[in-house]
Each structure stands twice: as structure tokens, then as C-alpha cells.
Design a protein around this ligand. Structure first.
Ligand SMILES: N[C@@H](CCC(=O)N[C@@H](CS)C(=O)NCC(=O)O)C(=O)O
Length: 205
């Protein structure tokens, strides 16, 4: 088994944090996305037709792509302690937050990355500055939503740390560190949550 990954990229980081939380060690191989090594015909035909990282390669040579799918695979192998919830209700709430973070937070930050970053300009030849501005405002609005939600909750799904917190942490760091789009320190509930999840040992994985 091995994990195709790229250090510093937000989606692979989700899996590294998840594995660190669970104490699972998996060998990994760096694939340089800045050099488009994940977009070669070989990689796309043999590893992931979508080209994105991370990808988990199993011992029989099959592959699982998509960061949340890879985490779910490990959760099924090692169910305790759960990071996708225990009861049907908890599992539903975790799934709700996974979808929210993916669609309402990660997608807008990704749009800022695609349309506003000098690092993606060479690939995205038709960057639209107005789109980047519009999505920056969406992300800032989402920071406000999270801050209000976290006023009454320790973690996204309630009182228990879950994979949804991992997704949100990786997205928030992606926004702040790679897109110059940090939340405001005045958003004190979001700041308290961020300090809590980013100081867990797994966050450095
Ligand atoms: N939905 C996928 C997204 C995969 C993805 O877009 N990964 C990025 C790194 S964060 C990537 O590989 N970008 C380079 C590319 O797509 O060529 C997941 O959750 O794994």
C-alpha cells in the first residue's frame, strides 16, 4: 500500500491528518503537482483518471482517489475510535458537514486559487480577476457562518472532533496560507476552534 501525495496541498493533507489521528502509518510517494507529474498520460491511465491527489494504491494494484473516500476506507478497516460518527444520527451530521465544507467552503477557496493566484496562472491561462474577488467575498461570508456556528459548539459536528474538522482546517489553512485570505481574529469562536484543531499533533502531519 502507498499514498500518492504532495506536501502542502490541502486535499492530500486531509488524509495525512486523518491517518495521524488514527495512528496509522502508510508509506507515501511525492508527486509534484507544480510540475504536472500527476497529469502525465501514465499517471492518469494507471493511477487516477481525474489526475488529482491524493490517491491510495492498494497491494493488489488497485487505486482509491478522493481524499474523503480514502479516509472512509481506513475508517472501515479500523472503525475505532470513529471520526465519521458512531450512531446513525452522528454519521448523518458528519456527512452534512463534509458536504457543507466541500461545497460551500472548499469550492469557493478553490475558485480564488484558480482565478486569483499567480501560482496557477501558467495553467489557468484565462484567469478572471472579478471571479476571484467574488469568491473571496463568499469565503469571507463563510468565515462568518462558521464563527456563528462555533459560538455554540466545540467542533463542527458538536462536542466531538471529526473528519469534518480536518476538512475545515485544511480549507482554512489553504485560504490563509496559499490565497492570502485569512479569517479575522475578531471572529473569536472560529479563532478558538482554529487554535484547538491546529495545535493537535496530527495537524503537523
Ligand atoms: N476532490 C479531490 C480533489 C483532488 C485535488 O484537486 N487535488 C489537488 C491537490 S489539493 C490536485 O491534485 N491538484 C493538481 C491537479 O489537479 O492537477 C479530493 O478530495 O481528493
Amino acid at each position: 500500500m502507498k499514498l500518492y501525495t504532495y506536501s502542502g496541498a490541502p486535499n492530500p493533507r486531509r488524509v495525512h491528518i486523518y491517518l495521524a489521528e488514527r495512528g496509522i502509518e502508510v508509506p507515501f510517494e511525492q508527486v509534484d503537482i507544480m510540475q504536472r507529474a500527476n497529469r502525465t498520460p501514465e499517471f492518469m491511465s494507471q493511477v487516477n483518471a481525474m489526475g488529482g491527489l491524493p490517491v491510495l494504491e492498494l497491494d493488489d494494484g488497485s487505486h482509491i482517489a478522493e481524499s474523503v473516500a480514502i479516509c472512509r476506507y481506513f475508517e472501515a478497516l479500523h472503525p475505532e475510535p470513529p471520526l465519521f460518527g458512531s450512531t446513525p444520527y452522528e454519521q448523518g451530521i458528519v456527512e452534512m458537514w463534509i458536504r457543507r465544507i466541500e461545497l460551500n467552503f472548499m469550492v469557493p477557496v478553490g475558485m480564488v486559487w484558480i482565478h486569483g493566484s499567480p501560482l496557477t496562472r501558467a495553467v489557468m491561462k484565462n484567469q478572471i480577476a472579478a471571479a476571484a474577488d467574488q469568491y473571496r467575498a463568499v469565503v469571507q461570508g463563510y468565515f462568518g457562518f462558521l464563527d456563528r456556528h462555533l459560538a455554540d459548539h466545540d467542533f463542527l459536528t458538536g462536542e466531538t472532533y471529526s473528519v469534518a474538522d480536518i476538512l475545515a482546517l485544511c480549507t482554512l489553512d489553504f485560504a490563509a496560507k496559499l490565497n492570502d485570505l485569512p479569517h479575522s481574529p475578531e471572529q473569536k469562536h472560529l479563532t478558538r476552534w482554529y487554535e484547538s484543531v491546529s495545535t493537535r499533533p496530527s495537524a503537523g502531519a
